[in-house]
Design a protein around this ligand. Structure first.
Ligand code: AMP
Ligand code: MG
Length: 288
């Protein structure tokens, strides 16, 4: 039998995708597959193959939080242009974890109530409890993305938000939150194809929003706003990861592997029993 080909390269996804000094978004190839040498079929297989490990690690995280071993939780922030595949991450990556172990929050245009408060108010309310993987479908970064592109607040106000965000995320990390920020990076051509598909298929019309075409016209301004957010909000304790997302199968695998690599680094274990196992086993055996 042929030896099974390894398809993940030696480089961890964390290292291949992390935004470092001098990162240029415009130079990142949206069709590339960093840290993975396999094709689509192998990529889909690799995704399914790692489902159980992700689920088990989350359960360990939860178990340890219940026994007071750790207050650790994860926050996965997913950002990206319209059609970049954020929904697919929720279904195909986060969907493999026990629903009791995850909390997903989708951030929309702020409500009247939310607008009365500072921009982080609704974000703080949605933070995960210990043991839980919190997932943000859009996030506080919209407050320096859509808000910056459309000047929804005066420039002096959004300009201050980068350091406010850095302070906020530093507090999270100090409070045992592992922060993983992912930008799903697609090309404008790929977006056009995905929007066209939404228009061509009646079962996808519900996903189409005529406003997406208006936003598409601001593509360059969005890319610039992303570049600034990546530059200014990538400290070592909470860097951004840019995931090439023109290939859906790769983007899903990459986000899953980023989650796995962060979870593995936490050295999770099953909590030791706080009762005498032999004694309880003997008791049970004596029962009818
Ligand atoms: P969707 O993710 O397709 O459901 O769209 C959500 C919409 O809400 C997007 O157009 C976002 O730009 C918008 N949105 C999210 N957060 C904010 C915010 N803080 N300010 C203004 N618009 C926002
Ligand atoms: Mg949308």
């Amino acid at each position: 039998m042929a030896k099974k080909k390894t398809t993940t390269s030696a480089t961890p996804f964390i290292d291949a995708l992390r935004v470092g000094e001098g990162f240029v978004l415009a130079d990142a190839d949206t069709r590339s597959t960093p840290a993975f040498t396999g094709d689509k079929v192998q990529g889909k297989e690799a995704l399914v193959a790692a489902d159980d490990e992700l689920d088990t690690l989350q359960e360990q995280l939860f178990a340890m939080s219940r026994t007071g071993d750790t207050r650790r939780r994860l926050l996965l922030v997913i950002q990206g242009m319209d059609t970049s595949g954020k929904g697919g991450i929720m279904r195909h990556v986060v969907g493999s974890v026990d629903p009791q172990g995850v909390s997903i929050t989708a951030f929309k245009k702020p409500t009247a109530e939310e607008r009365k408060h500072p921009f982080l108010w609704r974000i703080r309310k949605a933070l995960p409890e210990p043991g839980i993987i919190g997932v943000f479908d859009r996030s506080h970064y919209e407050d320096v993305l859509v808000v910056r592109v459309h000047d929804l607040v005066p420039p002096q106000q959004w300009a201050r938000r980068y350091s406010t965000i850095n302070d906020f995320e530093k507090d999270l990390v100090d409070d045992e939150v592992t922060v993983i920020k992912v930008m799903m990076h697609i090309s404008p051509q790929e977006q056009k194809e995905r929007l066209a598909e939404r228009l061509a298929r009646p079962d996808k019309h519900w996903k189409f929003n005529p406003g997406d075409l208006d936003e598409r016209q601001h593509w360059a301004a969005y890319q610039e706003a992303y570049q600034v957010a990546l530059d200014r909000c990538s400290p070592a304790h909470a860097p951004w990861f840019v995931v090439p997302a023109d290939r859906k199968w790769y983007a899903r695998l990459a986000v899953q592997q980023l989650l796995l690599e962060h979870l593995r680094a936490l050295d999770l274990t099953w909590p030791t029993a706080d009762f005498d196992v032999a004694e309880q086993t003997a008791r049970l055996e004596q029962m009818r």
